[in-house]
Write a protein that binds this ligand. Sequence first.
Ligand code: NDP
Length: 448
Amino acid sequence: MSISQAIEKVETRYAHQPEFVQAVKEVALTIAPLYDAHPEYEKNKIFERLVEPDRIIAFRINWENDKGEVQVNRGWRVQFSNALGPYKGGVRFHPTVNQSVLKFLGFEQIFKNALTGLPIGGGKGGSDFDPKGKSDSEIRRFCYAFMRELHHYVSKDMDVPAGDIGVGGREVSYMFAMYKNLTHEYSGVLTGKGVGFGGSLMRTEATGYGAVYFLENMLKVQNESIEGKRVLVTGAGNVSLHAAEKVNMLGGIAITVSDSKGTLYDENGFDQEKIDWLKKQKDQSKPLADYVDKFGGEWFAGKKPWHIKGDIAIPSATQNEVDEDDAKMMVDNGIKYVVEGANMPLTAEAIDHIREHRVHYAPGKAANAGGVAVSALEMSQNSVRQYKSFEQIDTRLKNIMKDIHDSAASASDKYNQTDNGYIDYMAGSNIVGFKRVADALCAYGILN
Ligand code: NDP
């Protein structure tokens, strides 16, 4: 079966899972040159195999709210591929979570994790639980109940979850505590743990910082630097605020952040004092709009930032947050680089538009791989029970992001996707990630 036939099959079979189909097509359409050069992939039906997860575990979560009322949520773990190592990928708590979203995230995760060069497979999990407006006790009870179900299917050598939207250090700690309680085992089963009890330094910062390190590599190829560049960031969570922080540290000017209520714009940029304030505000679930009273700037209720002029965009909120009209505004407003902090934040049409206008584009699976890379370093630190310094991890992260950049750029070149200096990072990273997994699967025969 050719790749185009495999896509058709996925489109028909999973018509009700649009995010998953979108992610599959994005990979499929860019790996054709690799497939042509490797007839063994078609013979072994690698693509057809990789679009089906190894397994999906679905479960019910019963928990009690503060009024003593029984609540029922749904939970899943998609164990997509362990060709290169234990299943690895975050857990998301958000009302929009369903199988399509988790399958798209798990599918992307396979190739992202392969790109890091570290021994980790791909998976993803989550629940349709909405953490917004819940008390700390409700969050704790939900996390305990979630892990009571999940613990049957995860372990340090089998499947190692982490955080994602709605799941940060607090939630990981509650889940880790329940795992430890049920198994009587103190192991590195979750990453993103607190630094005092098995977590790695820099895990919190790694995704946002890593995206900016990737950007630095892209800029260098074009003989440019981040200094003085105006950067539009979306989201105001873990990835966004650390991306904005690193932009500021390197002399760039992060001028926006956003959330589901609107966009905050500060033409003077977010310095460390402002970023610390934003982190605290979001930690306490308080409105971003309060910023204007304290520091000035502008609040655009219900709006995204793309009407604002800038040089670089780092969309870091959620999937499909940038549609074709947004992409047109980006191009019209001078954006020259788009670096995906979030997973699949651009629709297929938005990607086409910016690429047609030769906007340098780094897909999430390459640009936001720093988080999972430091998670893999957390796993290895847990195994040897020795911990590295912030500086040591930061150096590893920089090197990993450079390696991802360079291997994607050289694959783009090797497979004739670079056009007059315009590097196709999307094709390059899909090719590198896919090849590593495909070669392992071919070596295994027909298992997995
Ligand atoms: P957080 O929960 O910390 O933050 C998410 C932010 O995005 C919040 O500010 C949230 O606003 C905003 N947001 C969510 N949905 C929407 C929406 N529909 N419209 C506008 N804003 C929205 O999540 P993370 O920072 O961890 O994750 C962000 C993205 O990065 C996700 O795509 C995730 O998969 C990806 N990612 C995360 C990694 C990590 O290490 N955490 C690693 C690699 C990728 P509000 O608070 O109002 O909901």
